[in-house]
Ligand binder design. Structure first.
Ligand SMILES: *[C@@H]1O[C@H](CO)[C@@H](O)[C@H](O)[C@H]1NC(C)=O
Length: 183
């Protein structure tokens, strides 16, 4: 670990000790983004999300299309929807900065990623393809669009299969998700 990175880590640690509220959380994320920028220049990739406890939520992502489906990430990397939640439906959403999240399947350990062709898949390696803009739409549903590939949305079909993200628009219910806290 080089000196600037070590300095940032120390600052983050100090901030945690001094205060633990929400504003502090976003400041921490800002600092983390700065340190990521530093390492990104070296190995042209995004390191895995920093496991800042308390900012990580376990939840389900319910899509209202068709009969209603919960997003799942299978261990072979397949993304799909299932009406009744399974062990593969429990997800962790990591806030990477304001409005940008990473999504990880708890059972599979895979990150939800979106290729430039609009193919959603689970990957063991975190990359910029796994960054999503989380937008609360006017109808109170949330859409997830690829950060590096603007205009590509996470979507499920009427049958609950993953849809190609390039062929959908944000006003369509196939892109509308309701984050639910898992019990
Ligand atoms: C992944 O696993 C599911 C369920 O076991 C199966 O239906 C699907 O065909 C598999 N996909 C691949 C690409 O192996």
């Amino acid at each position: 670990m080089d000196a600037p990175l070590l300095f940032l880590c120390l600052m983050m640690l100090m901030a945690v000790v001094m205060d633990g509220n929400e504003d502090q959380g976003s400041r921490l994320r800002g600092l983390w983004m700065l340190s990521m920028k530093d390492s990104k220049q070296k190995n042209k990739g995004v390191p895995p999300p920093h496991p800042i406890r308390g900012l990580v939520k376990q939840q389900l992502l319910y899509c209202k299309v068709g009969i209603g489906y919960h997003l799942q990430i299978l261990s072979n990397g397949t993304i799909g929807g299932v009406h009744e939640p399974t062990e593969h439906s429990f997800l962790k959403l990591f806030a990477m900065k304001r409005g940008v999240v990473g999504i990880r399947g708890i059972k599979s350990g895979l990150y939800l990623c979106m290729s430039r062709d609009g193919i959603a898949h689970g990957a063991g390696q975190f990359s910029s393809d796994c960054l999503f803009k989380e937008i609360l739409e006017e109808n109170h549903y949330t859409t997830f669009s690829s950060l590096p590939h603007p205009g590509i949305y996470l979507a499920l079909s009427q049958k609950g299969e993953v849809k190609r993200g390039t062929s959908v628009r944000k006003h369509q219910s196939c892109t509308h998700f309701l984050p639910r806290i898992a019990r």
